[in-house]
Design a protein around this ligand. Sequence first.
Ligand code: V47
Length: 365
Amino acid sequence: MKKYINTAGLGNILEKVVGKERLSFADGLQLYKSNDILALGYLANLVKNRLNGDKAYFIYNQHINYSNICINLCKFCAFGRDKDSALAFEMSVEEVKQKVRDRLSEPISEIHMVGGIHPDLPFEYYTSLLRGIKEVRPRVHIQAFTCVEIAHLAELAGKSVSDTLLLLKEAGLGSLPGGGAEVFSPRIRQLTCEKKLSGREWLEIAKSAHRQGLNTNATMLYGHIETLEERLEHLTALRQAQDETHGFLAFIPLAFHPKNTAMSDLARTSGLDDLKNIAVARLFLDNFPHIKAYWVMIGPQMAQIALSFGADDMDGTVKEEVITHMAGAETAQAIGSRTLIHLIKEAGRIPVQRDTLYNVIEVHA
Ligand code: V47
């Protein structure tokens, strides 16, 4: 294999991987520029196996989007709507509780809840959502509100980010999902989401959450107008933040879906780029415990293959996905745990049903 990796021009990276040496920005670029996907996969798999062995994780989770009303209206997003749009929706706390109640017979361990940046819902709405969910399902872990929403909630509460996080934690918040990171580059943010908080602010909020004992995930929206250098700047900033706080659980590369967005002239990401982003992330983010192949965005088949290219997690049952489906995703809105177990087993991995914090719920050997 060494000969093959050398022939692929990646012998220098193999040496670093074997020697557990951190990859440089230039190494990252070299990986992104290589089209030898098998060599990339081999290298990423070495790291994945070292960190997670043969295990591949999934979770029994339920996605809830409380509202799509948003003042940011990012160009890559097909979910957010102006308040006056006929397609705008906003759920009452009771409606959210009902969504949770509807699935009480299922072994859901996590509620993943995000929404747009709503112009006029009060802070108490958000704490009531958390309390309401906990009333219906007391033991569930609520992973909710991206760093973008947290910045907005802090403004609503008139408090610092850390005090706001404390209030949310008291109301039942368990951790933060990784959305809203997009690409940290100011150029990309200016061109695609100029109203959204900056990359620096996103990172500060994530680190503040970590300091409050709240884990978070991190994402990167790839496959639109970003350069390879901008992808690597994003990964470098995440790696540096993780060195400081160690609070990130998983990194999830998000494949851009163009339909119904202001960037609908762009093409969907290719299979090669989907796998490459998983592999480069696994190699570059040496301090991230988990790399997630989100089946909703790259399809269950590609997510299964990604388990041999550095990913150790397929996300979960999801139950009702809206954000990617508004942007033309052709995957199902939910997937059965049996299907996930089957896909993982066929990939030669051991399916491990986890909770949000990666504690093992059941090993499906
Ligand atoms: O924040 C928006 C992105 C995110 C599009 O933390 C788009 O475990 C693709 O963050 N095409 C929401 N992506 C999804 C998300 C997520 C999903 C699963 C697991 C986790 C986790 C996080 O999706 C948004 C935005 O960054 N997004 N529009 C689009 N057209």
